[in-house]
Design a protein around this ligand. Structure first.
Ligand code: FAD
Length: 292
């Protein structure tokens, strides 16, 4: 099933994101966690693509296996910045052969050696190039792309960021998933601005439950997200106590999701970080809303 169909339904949904192993040798460690998450029957599951593509085969394998075994739609992420045209063409072909209907088209993060000033030597500089290629293939993919309520770190300002976002939608992107955020007002403000700019596709807010203080440091480094005072106080108070922090982080993420549902958002994407217990706790907290 195409995810866009699901996002257009008039009911609340919660989808989950998982990631493949960082090294091929660690697949056995990751697999049981992903299976437990799949058994929660999310509305769909997305599988990230390892930076640089090192374990990329697992993305496709997990997306295909989970769909075949549990019956929900899956989405494979695909990045392009460190790839050649040939590699991307081969990946698109593999996705098609595996019957993967949903693809999250991303540029990928630049590695420390990559300079934007060298971009003219690369086969791909931006996600929009990949979206165009996916669209040109004869596979009829449902295409997702990334968006940034707090502006992508490389963008000069939000106006520029939204201009390029519109370019991705005009190229054929069917929906967008947001970077994590900890203050829902940032999302509401972003939605207002993109709608004003003529972007009408569904936006899937991405919620990251922070259940460990050291996870926060990594997450903030990646996303540059704003930390509201309420959130800071929670981490300051409970960060040293693993169990208390997990409970508080789950409550905070649940609260964010309920506020989103209450304010007209129907579909939310949860960055599960391959933690089945966290995904389960949040889904249980929302069971009556989700009808589960
Ligand atoms: P782009 O859309 O290309 O944007 C990157 C920057 O370039 C932005 O500043 C944008 O404004 C600007 N830009 C865009 N188009 C143009 C243009 N035509 N001309 C000039 N400037 C332009 N990374 C992974 O490695 N694997 C994953 O699985 C993965 N999944 C993700 C899922 C989500 C929901 C999100 C939010 C991010 C994910 N990332 C993933 C991280 C992502 O790859 C990085 O944030 C990356 O830096 C940008 O990717 P993008 O697709 O948004 O790039």
């Amino acid at each position: 099933m195409k995810i866009i169909k699901l996002l257009q339904q008039d009911r609340y949904s919660l989808s989950f994101e998982v990631f493949p192993p960082k090294m091929s040798t660690s697949f056995d460690k990751v697999k049981p966690a992903i299976e437990k998450i799949a058994k929660l029957h999310p509305s769909f599951m997305s599988v990230t693509y390892g930076a640089g593509g090192g374990t990329s085969q697992f993305t496709l394998d997990i997306a295909r296996d989970m769909r075949n075994r549990y019956g929900f739609p899956t989405m494979a992420h695909l990045t392009c910045v460190s790839s050649t045209k040939e590699t991307v063409a081969q990946k698109i072909n593999e996705l098609k052969k595996a019957g993967i209907q949903n693809v999250m088209a991303l540029r990928g993060d630049l590695t420390p050696e990559m300079q934007l000033s060298d971009a003219h030597h690369w086969d791909y500089s931006h996600a929009v190039d990949l979206i165009r290629e996916l669209k040109e293939s004869d596979a009829d993919f449902c295409i997702g792309c990334a968006c940034y309520p707090e502006v992508h770190p490389e963008s000069a300002d939000q106006r520029e960021d939204i201009k390029y976002l519109k370019e991705k939608v005009d190229a054929g992107c069917d929906f967008m998933t947001t970077q994590m955020f900890f203050d829902n007002n940032l999302l509401y403000n972003f939605l207002y601005k993109i709608r004003e700019a003529g972007i009408t596709v569904p936006v899937l807010p991405g919620i990251m439950p922070i259940t460990k203080a050291n996870q926060l440091e990594r997450a903030l480094k990646l996303s540059g997200s704003f930390m509201p005072q309420r959130f800071k106080a929670m981490v300051d108070r409970f960060g040293h106590d693993d169990m208390a922090m997990a409970q508080a982080g789950i409550a905070y993420a649940t609260d964010q999701i309920i506020d989103l549902y209450a304010n007209g958002v129907k579909n939310v994407h949860l960055y599960t970080m391959n933690k089945p217990e966290v995904a389960r706790a949040i889904q249980n907290n929302l069971s009556s809303i989700l009808g589960k």
